[in-house]
Design a binder for this molecule. Structure first.
Ligand code: C2E
Ligand code: CA
Ligand code: CA
Length: 538
């Protein structure tokens, strides 16, 4: 510190012209003597006695000044070069430990922070690690470009720093993965408050480019007790993060030892799902959709079913999410759509099929082409297909969503907004997208005849849909009371266990030849022998 403070003053003195002139003269004097320059000079002046002495002295003096000045210049250049080298070295050291995009510590630096923290662990202090991962960041990068992605990451870095203040160490471990080490936490509750704040802060849209970017983050938390190694505490925080994602993302979760068991199970399920998709074990089932109040069969919702050889039926919500996470969603959706089209091709042409599209699948650049090529491959009329997308799929990027939905419609496909009412956007804001239909989520239908809140919500959705000229499907009709309440409100399409549960293809075929031969699906039909042929038990 002292050396670097004193050094510039010494350098300034050394480089000052008087000192420099004096030092150069002093140093060059013996050299000139050695070279017998003075004798040569004497000889030279004798030979040129006729020269004007004044002019000659001026010439020599000027030459000497020029020489000294150029030496001085050169030395300044050298000093500057040394300075630049020094700065570069400092930059390199900084880059080795910092992420240039966010300015946060990188994985390498964080690992050494963790090593040091481990040495200081004691029972007297509360140390916690948070592992943070952005939810659905990939679509931002894919659809809005890497410049936008980078800007969001930089913003995430700023918000993390702001959320945890100076008491915690924040790092970007790579990609959209961050970590925070709380080395001196007041309590577990305090760490939890910080985690909640992190999740909350990421929920605010990022002002990037013309449109804002909305993402969220999931946080895995673990308490670092002295017996845990760095590797183990990081693994546990990762497992907790997995849990936060599994519980629906945009939240935090603590590590618990049951998690290990569950994550091993999940890893196994992932392997099994891969094999199941390869061997086409995932099959489309069909749930009837009827016109209310005529009960005329208008089509089916296609619902994927996977019967695991040991575990039995796995819920589609579970395996669709695994498929999304491990890059299998396109293959899975393709197979389900392909099979569904092959099955429905032989049914009366007035019957439509509605397929579900997951947000990850929808975000793929190739999405419309994939749907189109599946239809072409089985020669299925696009006008019989309805694609159901959820709000989550479209809010990430309205413009891209509009393009895709328009492209689907140009092919003759209809588009429905699924699970409506469960998200945050208003129907009015979604009017900017060319939907044909909204599906009111089944959570609002449950006991609607006695639930004033649900009645109000459904009434508002029905009114808005009418105003915007959108068709409506009501899902989850389970009781005759719910149905009669709905019948009094509006003409709509309806589906639910009251009409029928999802059925396998051969069961649908059989029912079309028997119970539904007149094209009607009566509600609450007494359970026939046919149910035992393979429909889902109640
Ligand atoms: P969803 O799109 O809301 O599908 C309707 C879900 O409600 C289905 O659950 C259906 O079986 C269930 N359901 C129908 N009627 C009733 C009723 O009266 N009462 C109750 N309680 N439930 C009823 P399922 O088949 O378990 O599917 C769950 C979710 O998984 C679906 O929700 C959908 O988001 C997703 N999913 C299913 N198949 C696929 C698929 O092939 N691809 C994608 N991406 N997602 C799928
Ligand atoms: Ca659906
Ligand atoms: Ca739903």
């Amino acid at each position: 510190m002292h050396a670097s403070k004193g050094f510039p003053r010494v350098r300034a003195f050394v480089l000052s012209p008087p000192f420099f002139f004096f030092a150069t003269a002093l140093l060059t004097w013996p050299l000139l003597a050695e070279l017998e320059a003075f004798e040569a000079f004497y000889e030279f002046s004798r030979d040129h006695e006729d020269w004007d002495v004044d002019e000659f002295v001026m010439l020599v003096f000027n030459l000497a000044v020029a020489l000294i000045l150029s030496l001085w210049q050169k030395s300044k250049q050298l000093t500057r070069l040394a300075q630049e080298k020094e700065e570069e070295r400092a930059r390199a050291t900084r880059n080795a430990s910092h992420d240039p995009l966010t300015g946060l510590n990188n994985r390498r630096a964080f690992t050494s922070t963790m090593d040091t923290a481990r040495e200081r662990l004691s029972d007297a202090r509360t140390v916690c690690l948070a592992m943070i991962d952005l939810d659905r960041f990939k679509p931002v990068n894919d659809l809005r470009g890497h410049a936008v992605g980078d800007a969001v990451l930089a913003g995430v870095g700023d918000r993390l720093r702001a959320a945890v203040g100076v008491d915690a160490r924040v790092a970007r471990l790579g990609g959209d993965e961050f970590a925070v080490l709380f080395e001196n936490a007041a309590s577990i509750e305090a760490v939890e408050r910080q985690a909640r704040r992190i999740v909350h802060m990421m929920d605010e849209p990022f002002e990037v480019g013309a449109a804002g970017v909305s993402i969220s983050c999931s946080v895995g938390l673990v308490v670092w007790t002295p017996e845990l190694t760095v590797a183990e505490v990081m693994r546990r925080a990762d497992a907790a993060l997995y849990r936060a994602k599994g519980e629906g993302r945009a939240r935090f979760a603590w590590y618990d030892s049951d998690l290990d068991k569950r994550s091993t199970e999940r890893a196994k399920l992932e392997v099994d799902l891969r094999a199941a998709i390869r061997s086409q074990q995932v099959q489309p089932w069909f749930q009837p959709i009827v016109d209310i109040p005529s009960y005329k069969l208008v089509g089916f919702e296609v619902l994927a079913r996977w019967k695991h050889p040991e575990k039995g039926n796995v819920s589609p919500e579970e395996f669709v999410e695994i498929a999304e996470d491990c890059g299998l969603i396109d293959a899975l959706s393709h197979d389900v759509l392909h099979e569904a089209c092959l099955t429905a091709r032989d049914w009366p042409s007035a019957l439509s099929i509605s397929v579900n599209v997951s947000p990850v699948q929808f975000s793929s650049q190739d999405f419309v082409r994939q749907i189109h090529s599946a239809l072409m491959a089985c020669d299925f009329d696009p006008r019989r297909l309805i694609v159901e997308v959820t709000e989550t799929s479209v809010i990430a990027d309205f413009e891209a969503a509009r393009e895709k939905l328009t492209a689907l419609k140009e092919l003759g496909i209809s588009v429905a907004l699924d699970d409506f009412g469960t998200g945050y956007s208003s129907l009015a804001s979604l009017r900017r997208l060319p939907f044909d239909r909204v599906k009111i989520d089944r959570s609002f239908i449950s006991s609607i005849e006695t639930q004033p809140t649900n009645q109000k919500i459904v009434q508002v959705i029905l009114d808005l849909a009418r105003g915007l000229d959108l068709d409506v499907t009501v899902e989850g009709i389970e009781t005759a009371q719910e149905l009669s309440y709905l019948e009094a409100q509006a003409r709509a399409h309806g589906q639910g266990f009251l009409f029928e549960r999802p059925l396998p293809p051969d069961e649908v075929k059989w029912r079309m030849e028997t119970d539904w031969a007149d094209g009607m699906v009566a509600p609450d039909r007494p359970v026939l022998h046919t149910k035992s042929r393979g429909s889902e038990a109640g």
